[in-house]
Design a protein around this ligand. Structure first.
Ligand code: ZN
Length: 339
């Protein structure tokens, strides 16, 4: 059954006969975008031009347009949005997008072929909020696919984040640095914990936050850092939370309390990395244990690990060893033709 799914050397995840996910493949009439992160948008312009349909959730469409305005997906005829769980029939195959807990709009992809074989691509996901899909053939992401990538912390990182922010707000503005999508998740966590101070942010973060709000996330009072109100809050070091993309870390809030949020931290939930700066281990991906658990619960008989966006070899080996399930990583290596 291995040939029912392939990851090409260009990073396209091919499922069944018609679908290519997260990179363009000229042999496939359907392209799926699992979420708005750049490493899942490869060749999107070619897909928009030559595919019959380009499928994604509405939230992914809106988020992709906000992060990459030049696509203008909203106005493109080939783009078809699909709700979670709705089935699209194409030839003999049934395609559906299922929720993935990662960033707003993220999905897994399920293809059921004419013979009833169920083929799944997880896309990026965090196990806790992601329904595991029963399948025969599974392509799984492998970001934290090494046994050294475990976050078995005894504390609840969300609660820790809230208490760190609350404590530091007593001294004025708190800066939070992270990536698009994750910043908005932290906003939501703080609002749910009744942190009601204004949130201040630059334009790009603001636009992404507005898309999240449109799709049901509760963001509360937002200010642009470039507006007079935002200036007043930040210049006066008033109690508010300033959200900036990680790449602004060396430029803003240098004298303030600062919290950087990263998934690449496995030793402790929180550690000091500067005078008033802490790193908090918070990820929108499953750690190693979460990946293994997903594979186990999916009951897949054949597993392929994504060796394009991350190193899939270790995970494939661990799946074979721990679960006794047939597993390979794809593509095999750079420049080599795919299996
Ligand atoms: Zn992602």
């Amino acid at each position: 059954m291995a040939e029912r799914a392939v990851v090409t050397k260009k990073g396209a995840v091919l499922l069944g006969d018609s679908v290519s996910c997260d990179a363009h493949d000229s042999s496939r009439p359907l392209r799926v975008v699992t979420h708005a992160h750049a490493d899942h948008l490869y060749g999107l312009r070619s897909s928009l031009k030559s595919c019959e349909k380009v499928l994604m959730t509405k939230a992914t469409r809106d988020l992709t347009d906000t992060l990459n305005g030049s696509f203008n997906l909203k106005m493109t005829q080939t783009v078809k949005t699909l709700e979670y769980g709705k089935v699209l029939k194409f030839g003999d195959e049934k395609i559906s997008l299922l929720k993935a807990d990662h960033i707003l709009g993220a999905c897994q992809v399920l293809v059921e072929d004419a013979g009833g074989i169920r083929i799944v691509w997880t896309g990026d996901f965090r196990l806790e909020g992601t329904p595991v899909v029963d399948c025969d053939v599974l392509v799984v992401e492998a970001t934290y696919g090494s046994p050294s990538c475990r976050r078995n912390f005894k504390v609840d990182v969300r609660e820790l984040l809230v208490s760190m922010v609350e404590k530091r707000l007593r001294g004025g503005t708190v800066y939070v640095f992270g990536y698009h999508g994750k910043l908005q998740e932290i906003m939501q966590i703080l609002r749910n914990a009744d942190v009601e101070v204004p949130f201040v942010m630059p334009e790009r973060v603001f636009e992404v936050t507005k898309v999240c709000e449109k799709h049901g996330m509760r963001m509360g009072c937002l200010s642009l850092s470039t507006d007079s109100e935002g200036h007043e809050l930040l210049d006066g070091n008033l109690p508010c939370v300033a959200f900036y993309h990680m790449n602004q870390r060396q430029y803003v809030g240098l004298r303030n309390a600062r919290i950087c949020v990263s998934g690449w931290e496995f030793h402790s939930p929180c550690r000091q990395i500067g005078d008033r700066e802490h790193l908090v281990a918070f990820s929108d991906h499953s750690d190693f244990d979460g990946l293994i658990e997903y594979v186990k619960r999916s009951k897949a008989k054949q597993v392929i690990t994504d060796n394009y966006r991350s190193k899939g070899d270790a995970l494939a080996m661990e799946i074979r060893k721990r679960l006794g399930v047939s597993a390979v990583s794809m593509p095999r290596c750079c420049g080599q033709t795919t299996l």
